[in-house]
Design a protein around this ligand. Structure first.
Ligand code: IPE
Ligand code: IPE
Ligand code: MG
Length: 252
């Protein structure tokens, strides 16, 4: 596990990103543009999730991570927050069996203690049901914050190794909430903003970043294909020179 989520080794780089992480932004503006309530954008956003899950399988992606609710999103009006929670619960109920039938493993990461006991139970059951599935791992980041993740990992480390005085990367990374996955190869943010908004701060250290103005509800197969195409034109150097990258490709 220690080789995961680290800048100390160079990960294998394939033409298709093994792990795609997405900030699904722009639901509210999508709806407002159509004179609809913001919640209509969130409902449409759930449909886009279904399409992108299918598209990732078609493209050969192994891990898809979706930012659904940030630790800062509690600052939104109460009715929007409660509608988002309800949508999350409904989507979980509706999609879990379909995901299981399609051999998809579902994970939910974030500080789940703030969710209702009912929702927490549903999450736990969905994860248990799909735990052995192997086709695609879909991670939903809910009440997630990158800083929360690093701090909770440090706290877990302090409990598991109380005498520790010097922390190295390999001590911390097994405790990060996505220790089961390699770091994202491709990060996508829809909705036009060019910021990380406290998403996977540690894990994005060497991820290729892709920003698009398309609002999340309009992000479909073709848009994912364009993002992957952009990824395929990048040269991932991980600190090395271009000549070294070319030489290592020839050698392998
Ligand atoms: C993203 O869309 C969904 C969540 C943050 C839950 P937004 O709701 O942020 O949509 P905009 O950015 O206001 O358009
Ligand atoms: C980021 O979107 C979080 C999610 C998509 C869940 P926001 O729309 O909340 O981001 P900021 O606050 O505008 O940066
Ligand atoms: Mg937004």
């Amino acid at each position: 596990m220690s080789e995961l989520s680290t800048t100390q080794t160079i990960p294998p780089v394939d033409a298709v990103p093994n792990h795609v992480a997405i900030i699904m932004d722009g639901n509210g503006r999508w709806a407002t543009q159509r004179f609809m309530p913001r919640v209509a954008g969130h409902s449409k956003g759930v449909e886009a999730v279904r399409t992108i899950v299918e598209a990732c399988i078609e493209q050969g992606v192994s891990y898809l991570t979706l930012f659904a609710f940030s630790s800062e999103n509690w600052r939104r009006p109460e009715d929007e927050v409660s509608i988002l929670m309800r949508l999350f619960m409904i989507a979980l109920e509706r999609e879990v069996n379909r995901m299981h039938a399609n051999n998809i493993r579902l994970k939910v990461v974030g500080d789940l203690t703030r969710f209702s006991p009912e929702l927490q139970e549903k999450i736990r059951k969905a994860e248990a049901l799909t735990n052995d599935n192997t086709r695609l791992t879909v991670t939903i980041c809910a009440n997630y914050g990158g800083r929360w993740d690093v701090i909770q990992a440090m706290n877990k480390l302090l409990v598991s190794e109380p005498g520790i005085t010097q922390i190295e990367e390999h001590h911390l990374t097994p405790h990060l909430s996505m220790a089961y996955a390699p770091e994202p190869d491709l990060f996508i943010r829809t909705g036009g903003e060019q910021r990380i908004s406290n998403f996977l701060l540690w894990q994005l250290a060497y991820t290729e970043l892709y920003f698009t103005d398309t609002y999340w509800p309009d992000f479909g197969r073709a848009e994912l294909a364009s993002a992957i195409q952009s990824y395929q034109q990048r040269e991932r150097r991980f600190g090395r020179t271009s000549a070294q990258v070319i030489a290592s490709k020839k050698a392998s």
